[in-house]
Design a binder for this molecule. Structure first.
Ligand code: CA
Length: 218
């Protein structure tokens, strides 16, 4: 689950990023609206956490531009503006949720879990390809009806491949799902996850597309 955090208060952003990473989310942080809109179009996150008071363009404008591009990406607004009019403006512009500053980190995590659940129910909950079944709601994987024990990152790779079965998942797009910007990632980290994953999958289930990425066939 990849989160884009758009927040110009750096100490708050650091605190949020830290808490989210502990929960296993990958978090990328930007402190301005314009680059956030560009990033969302080039490298779509699963959830956006958006501050309204940004130094370049207002968060509501960012939200409108996100909605012009995609109606689906969940956007959770963080703001110190707490009047009812502000909230209505945010929700009218397509925000999925609203959290007033200051807030408790536990509450932010709880709201994100709600968005995450809503996100996974918008897909079908189970994908079965051959003898491999992934249950996105339960976060389980079975092969021949026997549950396999995958690490979180192995699970994320498999989920991405199975949701996009038939299409190549590039190395860059898989790495973006697994790591935050600035994470120290060794150049073969993805290969290592794929290697472990393959040991638990039927032979030939994950195809290497040389120099590009990986694919699971339907
Ligand atoms: Ca701000």
């Amino acid at each position: 689950m990849q989160i884009l955090l758009v927040e110009d208060d750096h100490s708050l952003a650091q605190g949020i990023s830290h808490a989210l990473k502990l929960e296993g989310f990958s978090v990328n942080h930007l402190d301005r609206g314009e680059p956030a809109v560009m990033t969302i179009k080039s490298n779509q996150p699963d959830i956006v956490i958006l501050d309204l008071g940004l130094p370049d363009i207002d968060g509501l404008v960012v939200l409108k531009r996100i909605r012009n591009y995609s109606k689906q990406i969940p956007v959770l607004i963080l703001t110190a503006r707490t009047t009812l009019d502000d909230k209505i403006a945010g929700l009218d512009n397509g925000a999925d949720d609203y959290l007033d500053k200051p807030f408790e980190m536990l509450e932010l995590l709880a709201r994100l879990r709600v968005l995450e659940r809503r996100l996974s129910t918008s897909y079908s909950n189970q994908i079965t390809i051959g003898t491999v079944r992934i249950d996105i709601k339960a976060h389980t994987v079975s092969v021949d009806d026997i549950t396999t024990d995958l690490s979180r990152k192995e699970y994320m790779v498999l989920k991405s491949l199975m949701e996009n079965a038939g299409n190549i998942q590039t190395r860059a797009s898989l790495e973006a799902k697994l790591y935050s910007w600035g994470d120290e990632v060794s150049s073969n980290a993805l290969e290592v996850h794929i290697h472990h994953l393959r040991k638990q999958m039927p032979t030939g289930f994950i195809t290497t597309v040389r120099g590009v990425g990986y694919r699971v066939n339907r």
